[in-house]
Design a protein around this ligand. Structure first.
Ligand code: CP
Length: 310
């Protein structure tokens, strides 16, 4: 595992071989999750702290499950009922937790760079579970694993990421990961939600969702962060739905079905209609299942695990 100094901070720092190794390892762990007894002793004796400063359902539960499936000791920290409320800093919080002899920290934080900051200041392995609008690497990895359930290869695949690209850590990690794996990536959303000059990363940009849908194999639909509406980035949720919402009517106009993904949580009736979210082409719940396997693979490899596929 050659991620930066024993950490998983973002897919910007990964190369294609790293990503392939994680995906292959996750496929082996996915099989463990189908067994009647879904537990292996791989990380026995290791302690992982899940340090969550922001709300999470999928990421927090699947990291905890991944740790338990690997027999690690798992500790959950939530900022809302911690001494952060008394003014303790991120660094002091993390140093105090590390003083209790832990091995790995999974961190979700509202500030971009929080995971990198801990990596520079602690001896433990750090895994970024989402830092502001920067990166969410395990989400992009589980998205790629899910794509591979339906498509033979990511190389040459046409993938669109639709929605609020500017504020999305999922978008940035997917862009880095998909490009490294050889996909053609198109970003689509209102102009107010697409960063200027993002094409320099090697992606295409399109502001008309119907033009994009006819050209892609996979769409990854991002959540419209409802709090952004007050910032005037789009006039109303109804208008967003009319221009960019993925609906059955839009998909029915296409000559072939496309794979539907969404990292969750979803706003039904805003960025995706309910019938599309629950349709046979939607892999939204497969993404959640694969999240546990991906997180098992990342924990295993960062703890020094060998390539179990070799
Ligand atoms: N996809 C994702 O990160 O979901 P949570 O915020 O529930 O973890």
């Amino acid at each position: 595992m050659r991620f930066k100094d024993g950490h998983l901070l973002g897919l910007e720092y990964a190369d294609k071989e790293d990503i392939e190794l994680i995906l292959k390892t996750a496929t082996s762990f996915r099989e463990v999750l189908e067994r009647p007894i879904k537990k292996v002793p791989t990380l026995q004796g290791k302690t992982v702290v899940n340090l969550f400063f922001e709300p999470s359902t999928r990421t927090r539960i699947s990291f905890e499950l991944a740790e338990k499936r690997l027999s690690a000791d798992s500790i959950n920290f939530s900022s809302t009922n911690s001494s952060v409320k008394k003014g303790e800093t991120l660094l002091d919080t993390a140093r105090n937790i590390e003083a209790m002899k832990i091995d790995m920290v999974v961190i979700r934080h509202q500030s971009p760079g929080a995971a990198n900051f801990l990596a520079g200041n602690l001896g433990a392995n750090i895994i970024n579970a989402g830092d502001g609008a920067h990166e969410h690497p395990t989400q992009a990895l589980l998205d790629m694993m899910t794509i591979l359930e339906k498509h033979e290869s990511i190389e040459g695949l046409n993938v669109a990421i639709i929605g609020d690209i500017s504020h999305s850590r999922v978008a940035l990690s997917n862009i880095h990961g998909l490009l490294k794996m050889g996909a053609n990536v198109t970003l689509c959303g209102p102009a107010t939600m697409i960063p200027r000059e993002i094409e320099k990363l090697g992606v295409d940009v399109c502001y008309h969702v119907d033009d994009v849908l006819g050209k892609v194999d996979v769409i990854n639909i991002l959540r419209i962060q409802l709090e952004r509406q007050e910032g005037g980035l789009f006039p109303s949720l109804r208008e967003y739905h009319n221009y960019f919402g993925i609906t059955r009517a839009r998909l029915d106009k296409l000559s072939k079905p496309i794979t539907i993904m969404h990292p969750g949580p979803i706003n039904r009736g805003v960025e995706i209609s309910s019938d599309v979210a629950d349709s046979e082409h939607s892999l939204i719940l497969n993404q959640v299942t694969n999240g546990v396997a991906i997180r098992m693979a990342v924990l295993y490899l960062l703890a020094g695990g060998e390539n179990i596929n070799a």
